[in-house]
Design a protein around this ligand. Sequence first.
Ligand code: GLN
Length: 304
Amino acid sequence: MDLQALIKDIRQDILPFYDQGRVADYIPALASVPPHQFGWAIHTLDGQSHACGDADTPFSIQSISKAFMLAMTLQADGEALWRHVGKEPSGNPFNSLVQLEYEHGIPRNPFINAGALAVTDRAIRHFSDAHARLLSWLRLETGNAALSANEAIAASERAHGDRNAALAHFMKSYGNIEHEVGNVLDQYFHNCSIELSCRELARAGLFLANHGVSPLTGQRYLSRSQAKQVNAVMLTCGTYDAAGEFAYRVGLPVKSGVGGGLLAVIPGKMSLAVWSPQLDSRGNSVLGLEALDRFTTRTGLSIF
Ligand code: GLN
């Protein structure tokens, strides 16, 4: 299969969707991102890489960082992690507060904001500077030693972070945040503000396609069983209240971010990173969903 020709062809196919959606505007630093950009990169386990469009342009990974944080924390915390966060789809927007009270401060899953904050808190217990640990992991896997968080975006996240602060304080009132809320938020905001290109993101996600081991560096990040668990939670919760639609149309574990990036995993085969900043009403990239839908439909490569 000529994957390079295929992704270029799909890029042409989705041109009619270029004007749909809106760039995230909850912080000025993201609202100013030029909307008409599209990048796509694929890395296969047998060493092929393919890319098209703006695949080398760094973008804010936002909630895609939650997938890496889950992996890092699950490896350190093991099953104990699941006492602090659930693994069920929420059916609610990623920043929703409503379930937290009647579920006693235990977030539904690690990919809504409350869940990611709880995971960050657990990560701090093991690593102290969890953000630095995540950065060094990503630097190793991408081969880009200069990779870092965008401080302007992190500052903007903090300045407009009242809702995330509310979630963290609320969980702390139930005893489900151990560390100082300001520290947990700061590390979470910095993780969201890491910038990667599609090419780099596809490389960094390869371990999820390879049962927890990076084929690039030989590092084992998760046991075989934990890699299955992370992929499963990505499938059911990785795109929030659109997880059903993604499963239906794409049929892969996918994690999205409001920077417009999507990381998709084909277990045993490859990882795919797509980026385009314009989002649908549920915070997922419009072009990204169109591209992945066409990719799995035309190749038959989904988990179903
Ligand atoms: N930084 C964003 C927030 O906390 C991340 C949300 C996302 O990408 N879905 O609201």
